[in-house]
Design a binder for this molecule. Structure first.
Ligand code: FAD
Length: 470
C-alpha cells in the first residue's frame, strides 16, 4: 500500500450495509466499486411494490451519524414509535406498553426502500464511488483478492482491490467462498415460523386508522401479527406464523378460510384491511434464518459484515441497526490502523462477533416475548415494575430493551443485564403481588423489595459505549 495512492475496496451488495459502508470509506478517501445483482433502483424503483418498513433505533442512528446521514434519514423518513400497542385476542381495550420510562425514547419506523435509496444517493455523490448494478457476484479469488461477477451481457468481470467486503446479505456469495476455507465455522437455523406482509391503507379521507406512534402487536401465543406505520398514513402488517400446524399458513387453503380465521383471531384488524384475502394470496410467505459464522475475515483483505456475517431473526428490530453499527466499527478500525489492514479487520471481528452472537440470541428470545408473553398479565406486571424501578434508580437499572434500542452499550452487556433484571423482577413480583392501584404505597413496596437484590445487577461502565466511537 503506497501512501500516495488511495486505498481501494470492492463492496458486494448495494443494500443497507453496502451503501453505508461505501459512504464511510469514500469519506476516508478510499476508491470504491460497489457491485449489486439487482437493477438500479434509481432508474426502476425497488421491486416489491408496497412500502416495507424497518425499525431504526439508536445504534442504527449512530451508524448513520458517523457518515453524517442521521439527520437526513430521521427527519425525512422516520415515524417515532414510543411503545407497543397490544391488541388482545378477545374484545377488550388495547394496552399501550411504553418502551421506556423516558417518554422521549422511541424506535423509528422507516421505509426500507426509501432508506436504501437515500444511502445509495449519498454514496453515489461522494468522490471515488462507482456503482455497478445487474452485476451478480458468484465467486471471490481470496488470494488476489478479487471479486468475480457477470455483467448484463454475460461477460465475466473481475474486480481486484486492497479490500473485498461482502455486504451481500444472509445468503452471501462472499461468505459462501469463505465457507470453503479450512476451519471455517458455519451454522444456519430456520425458525418453524415464516412471515408474510399485509397492508392497512390510510383512512378514506387520509390519516392513520390506528395510533401512528406505536408498534402494534396482536400476540396470539405461538403466532402474532405486527403493524408499523408508514409516512403515507398506511401500515405495513407482518404475520409471523408457523408454516404448518395450528394458526399456520398451511392451514388456510382458500380465501373464505382466511377471512373466517382473521375474523376469529384478528377481529379488530379485519375492517381495516379491505384487500386482506387478495394480499394473503398474492404476497409470498418467506422464511426466517439465523446465520452464525467465523472467522468473518480472510487474509487481511476479505471480510463480511451485516447479514452476510450474522443474519438474525427480526424480533428485536436490530438486524439493520447491527449492520450499521458494523459499518461504523469497521470504518473506525480501518482509520485507527491505516497501515495494518489485517490488524484492523481482526480488531473489527474481535469487537463485533460476541455482540452479534448476543443480539442473535436476544432476537430469538424476543419472539417469545412478543408473540406470547406480551399479552400475559404476569409479564405486563413485571414490565410495570421494571419501568418503575428504572425511573427510581435511573442508569443503575436500565432494562435490556433500553440498552439494546436506546443506547450503544455493547449487545453482550445488554444481554447480561437482561438476565440479571429478569431474575430480579421475578423476585420482586413474587414479593409484591399486583395491586388494585399503582399508587405510592405500591411504589414504595417494590423499591423496598428490590433493595436487597440490587447487588445482583452488574454495574455498566460508561465505557461500555466507547466501542462505537470513531
Ligand atoms: C421481515 C423482516 C423484518 C425486519 N425488520 C427489521 C427492523 O425492524 N429493524 C432492523 O434493524 N432490521 C430488521 N430486519 C433485518 C434487516 O432487514 C437486515 O438486517 C438488513 O437488511 C441487513 O442489511 P445488509 O445490507 O447486510 O443485507 P441486505 O439488506 O440483504 O442487502 C444485501 C444486498 O446484497 C445484494 N446481493 C445479494 N447477493 C448478491 C450477489 N450475488 N451479487 C451482488 N449483490 C448481491 C442484495 O441484492 C442486496 O442488495 C428485518 C428483516 C426481515 C426479514
Amino acid at each position: 500500500m503506497s501512501g500516495a495512492q488511495p486505498r481501494t475496496a470492492v463492496i458486494i451488495g448495494a443494500g443497507l450495509a453496502g451503501c453505508l459502508m461505501a459512504c464511510y470509506l469514500a469519506r476516508a478517501g478510499w476508491r470504491i466499486a460497489v457491485f449489486e445483482r439487482r437493477p438500479d433502483p434509481r432508474a426502476k424503483g425497488y421491486v416489491g411494490g408496497r412500502s416495507i418498513n424497518l425499525a431504526l433505533s439508536v445504534r442504527g442512528i449512530a451508524g448513520l451519524a458517523g457518515a453524517e446521514l442521521a439527520d437526513l434519514v430521521v427527519q425525512r423518513e422516520a415515524i417515532p414509535m414510543r411503545g407497543r400497542m397490544i391488541h388482545p385476542a378477545t374484545t377488550g381495550p388495547l394496552v399501550f406498553q411504553p418502551y421506556s420510562a423516558n417518554p422521549t425514547d422511541a424506535i423509528n419506523s422507516v421505509s426500507r426502500a426509501g432508506l436504501n435509496l437515500t444511502l445509495l444517493h449519498a454514496a453515489a455523490e461522494l468522490p471515488g464511488v462507482s456503482f455497478h448494478f445487474d452485476h451478480p457476484c458468484h465467486d471471490v479469488d481470496l488470494e488476489a483478492p478479487a471479486a468475480i461477477m457477470t455483467d448484463p451481457s454475460g461477460a465475466i468481470v473481475r474486480a481486484q482491490a486492497d479490500l473485498i467486503l461482502g455486504c451481500d446479505g444472509a445468503f452471501s456469495p462472499v461468505r459462501l467462498r469463505l465457507q470453503k476455507t479450512d476451519r471455517f465455522d458455519y451454522s444456519q437455523s430456520y425458525l418453524r415460523h415464516g412471515y408474510k406482509e399485509l397492508h392497512i391503507p390510510p383512512a378514506p379521507g387520509g390519516g392513520f386508522v390506528m395510533e401512528p406512534n406505536a408498534l402494534h402487536i396482536w400476540p396470539r401465543g405461538g403466532a402474532m401479527m405486527i403493524a408499523l406505520p408508514n409516512r403515507d398514513a398506511s401500515f405495513t402488517c407482518t404475520l409471523f406464523w408457523p408454516f404448518e400446524g395450528e394458526h399456520a399458513f398451511a392451514a388456510l387453503a382458500d380465501r373464505a378460510a382466511v377471512e373466517a380465521f382473521f375474523r376469529a383471531h384478528y377481529a379488530d384488524a379485519v375492517p381495516l384491511m379491505p384487500a386482506l384475502t387478495e394480499d394473503f394470496a398474492r404476497n409470498p410467505t418467506s422464511s426466517l434464518v439465523t446465520v452464525r459464522c467465523a472467522p468473518w475475515t480472510h487474509g487481511g483483505s476479505v471480510a463480511v459484515l451485516g447479514d452476510a456475517a450474522h443474519a438474525i431473526v427480526p424480533f428485536y428490530g436490530q438486524g439493520m441497526n447491527c449492520a450499521f453499527e458494523d459499518c461504523r466499527e469497521l470504518a473506525a478500525c480501518l482509520a485507527h490502523a491505516p497501515r495494518d489492514q489485517a490488524g484492523a479487520l481482526a480488531e473489527f471481528e474481535r469487537r463485533r462477533k460476541p455482540n452479534a452472537d448476543a443480539i442473535a440470541d436476544m432476537a430469538l428470545e424476543n419472539f417469545i416475548e412478543m408473540r406470547d408473553l406480551a399479552g400475559r398479565p404476569d409479564f405486563q406486571y413485571r414490565k410495570k415494575i421494571e419501568q418503575a424501578l428504572h425511573k427510581h434508580h435511573g442508569d443503575r437499572l436500565t432494562p435490556q430493551y433500553n440498552l439494546v434500542s436506546f443506547s450503544t452499550v455493547p449487545y453482550a452487556v445488554a444481554q447480561r443485564r437482561g438476565r440479571e433484571m429478569d431474575a430480579l423482577l421475578r423476585a420482586v413480583a413474587q414479593r409484591v403481588p399486583p395491586p388494585v392501584s399503582f399508587d405510592q404505597a405500591w411504589h414504595a413496596a417494590i423499591v423496598a423489595a428490590a433493595e436487597p437484590l440490587l447487588g445482583s445487577i452488574t454495574p455498566i461502565e460508561p465505557a461500555g459505549a466507547v466501542s462505537v466511537r470513531p
